[in-house]
Write a protein that binds this ligand. Structure first.
Ligand SMILES: Nc1nc2c(c(=O)[nH]1)N=C([C@H](O)[C@H](O)COP(=O)(O)OP(=O)(O)OP(=O)(O)O)CN2
Ligand SMILES: [Zn+2]
Length: 123
């Protein structure tokens, strides 16, 4: 089994509704996002999946968040743009795209800062 990972980032503002503390105020993050993929076999180039193709797919999803206020976007107009909800939203959008490549999406990790992240990995 081969476990591949690629990382990209986006910049966005958000605020957490109902949060008691500074994060209830509008503020920004440089979000780092990693997608984790499992490949059972290698192609003729010795790759489970091309990093370049994986990064393009991740970038296409992250583009819709970049330089926005996340709270203005669906589904974050209805649920808080926490790292938990962001990682699940990215996972749900990427799942069918990654499946078509013949590999399995195993998880999405979102860092709000260098020391805080959430890994979304459905059972
Ligand atoms: N489980 C989660 N906890 C928190 C989230 C989250 O998405 N999931 N988000 C926040 C806020 O977005 C906040 O901006 C980050 O909080 P925090 O790490 O406390 O803030 P700093 O980066 O400024 O770190 P300091 O250690 O306070 O300097 C909060 N919690
Ligand atoms: Zn925040």
């Amino acid at each position: 089994m081969y476990y591949l990972s690629v990382k990209k980032h986006f910049e966005a503002a958000h605020f957490l509704r109902g949060y008691k503390g500074k994060c209830e105020n509008l503020h920004g993050h440089r979000y780092e996002v990693a997608l984790k993929v499992r490949a059972n076999e290698l192609d003729e180039c010795g790759m489970g999946a091309d990093f370049k193709v994986l990064k393009t797919s991740l970038g296409e999803v992250l583009q819709s968040y970049d330089h926005t206020c996340l709270n203005d976007l669906t589904p974050f107009d209805n649920q808080n743009p926490s790292a938990e909800n962001i990682s699940r939203d990215i996972y749900d959008k990427l799942k069918p795209v990654i499946s078509r490549m013949g590999v399995e999406l195993r998880g999405v990790e979102v860092w709000e800062s260098p020391d805080s992240s959430v890994l979304y990995q459905p059972d």
